[in-house]
Design a protein. Structure first.
Length: 552
């Protein structure tokens, strides 16, 4: 019994443990994101298995989620990423004042969210017609109903996301990282339990259930860290005013990115049935490395960048930024190669239900390949924009995002309606715009902040060379094993082919990293060694923030 109580206590400490560096925090988020992503793949496969016999219904489900999610991303994510965490972190030592600031922002943003959700509920029909004008009358009617149901989920998500911000400001990342697992679990329950009786309304109700579970999971730790909710709004507080000021450009920036995503749905609705679904699941698969690498590292880096920038020492901040960029690229580049080369096996394993035809599998694979080219760029953007936010510059990412959005929409229209390239053209436009955005953000940051770009060029060149060799090391065994050893018409051999090829590629990448003396290899080796020492990790409840030189 004593051992059981000690394990429970250590488990609780692990979930509330403070992270000591960007990589240690990001590793927690990466692992949880991987579990959540796997559930997300299961969720999507079940969605296809249950409902893809009627492609139009699944297209409607993806389209119906677009409007509620757009409001959430613009308002809540805009407030958190650029305004709440950078400012709230300065008041952590003042319990009453920090609670007042947190409650003020929560209440202001939630009132906006509730008002917008009400607008969506009332005017769902004309808004749905605006987003998916290519849908039939029956599709639009179904989209209206699904949109109204899923709007409720965003209210739960709104409050939950602020709890995430509060917890992460205390540099606790475990609970917020694992909450999305419950979200996907809720949708899976909706598909399995309600799907047979309620049809496509089942997963829509699952979205609401998952959002509620996402909120409920974070309440205990937020309370333990001292947060107490109250309906208080102090717009005159200087921190609240600063948050609202910083929030506006970020909201505008996110509005642009959401316009791009909405345009994809709008354009796809005029194409053949299934186009919305193919683009959605290709994006989901190609975004997996971004979710596992770019977003966690970017999300974990913001509190550290903010603290470093507060010291007014750009040289120290530059060292941290350079290290973070190279560490992220060291993971993102081979991930891009794996997704690019193994696109067809991955699509078949993830979404290859009997109701998903071979032609659409091949088309989805092409979409994944095109989107894979920009994985590293899209991952890097999540770090770059947070450096600007830490420097309290939200305007530069906004201006760059305008250019990216215009580029994406212009190219999409040209590829779709002038060159008639279909859904392939949209994926091409997305990748081109993402690469251009990352290039402009990088050059602008290094010029404005006077960072030394020479410190990343040589390590980056090494990584690019070994990634190219690794790509060949993936492609050759894939072809040979497919033709000579594995019968990939069956699931188990297909899994073995994918795992074997991936392991060969990773071994080549690691060996070349050692031969080329890539510094990031030793950094990650030390990090995994630290993670492997689970007894020490469980025995420590807090760790001091380490300097960039010693952090893992």
């Amino acid at each position: 019994m004593a051992m059981f109580n000690r394990l429970v206590k250590n488990g609780k400490n692990l979930f509330s443990k403070e992270s000591s560096s960007i990589l240690s925090a990001a590793t927690i988020i990466m692992f949880a994101t991987l579990v959540s992503a796997l559930l997300g793949v299961i969720r999507t496969r079940l969605l296809i298995q249950y409902f893809y016999s009627d492609k139009e219904i699944v297209d409607v489900f993806w389209a119906a989620f677009r409007l509620p999610d757009m409001i959430f991303q613009i308002i809540v994510v805009g407030a958190l990423s650029s305004a709440f965490i950078p400012v709230f972190g300065r008041y952590l030592g003042k319990k009453d004042e920090s609670n007042l600031i947190a409650n003020s922002m929560i209440n202001v943003v939630m009132l906006i969210m509730i008002a917008l959700s009400f607008v969506i509920f009332i005017w769902a029909k004309p808004l749905s017609r605006l987003i998916a004008g290519g849908f039939s009358t029956d599709q639009l009617a179904l989209m209206v109903n699904l949109t109204r149901i899923m709007s409720l989920a965003q209210v739960f998500f709104g409050f939950s996301s602020f709890l995430t911000g509060i917890i992460q400001s205390h540099q606790r990342f475990m609970v917020p990282a694992f909450s999305p697992i419950l979200y996907n679990f809720g949708i899976i329950l909706g598909i399995i339990i309600f799907g047979k009786t309620l049809g496509i309304y089942g997963p829509a109700l699952g979205v609401v259930l998952g959002a509620f579970l996402h909120l409920a999971a974070q309440i205990p730790l937020a309370r333990k860290l001292g947060f107490r909710y109250s309906f208080a709004i102090s717009r005159g507080h200087k921190a609240v005013r600063e948050m609202l000021r910083l929030m506006l450009p970020r909201v505008l920036t996110l509005s642009l990115s959401q316009i791009e995503l909405t345009a994809i749905i709008a354009f796809s609705s005029w194409l053949a049935s299934g186009s919305v679904t193919m683009m959605s699941i290709a994006t989901q698969l190609a975004n997996l490395p971004v979710r596992l690498i770019g977003i966690p590292i970017g999300q974990a880096s913001l509190p550290f960048f903010t603290k470093e920038s507060a010291k007014d020492k750009l040289e120290s901040l530059a060292h941290m930024v350079n290290s973070t960029i190279l560490e992220m690229l060291y993971l993102a580049l081979p991930a891009s190669a794996i997704v690019l080369v193994l696109r067809i096996p991955l699509v078949r394993l993830a979404y290859g239900a009997d109701s998903f035809p071979w032609y659409e599998t091949v088309t989805t694979g092409k979409l994944v390949a095109i989107l894979a080219i920009s994985i590293a760029a899209r991952s890097l953007t999540h770090i770059l924009v947070r450096v600007f936010y830490a420097l309290h510059d939200t305007m530069t990412p906004f201006i760059v995002s305008i250019f990216s959005t215009v580029t994406n929409l212009t190219l999409s229209y040209y590829f779709l309606f002038i060159l008639k390239t279909g859904v392939i053209g949209m994926a091409t436009a997305v990748s081109i715009a993402a690469i251009l955005e990352t290039f402009i953000l990088t050059t602008t940051l290094y010029r404005l902040a006077q960072f030394a770009v020479s410190r990343v060029l040589m390590p980056l060149l090494k990584m690019l060379i070994i990634t190219l060799i690794t790509t060949a090391a993936l492609w050759i065994p894939l072809r040979l094993l497919d033709q000579m050893i594995f019968d990939t018409t069956r699931t188990i051999p297909l899994i073995m082919l994918t795992i074997t090829t991936t392991l060969i590629g990773l071994c080549v990448y690691i060996a070349l990293s050692y031969l080329f003396a890539v510094r990031e290899l030793s950094i990650f080796a030390k990090l995994f060694g630290k993670i492997g020492n689970w007894q020490k990790a469980l025995s420590q409840t807090t760790e001091p923030i380490e300097s960039p030189e010693t952090s893992v």
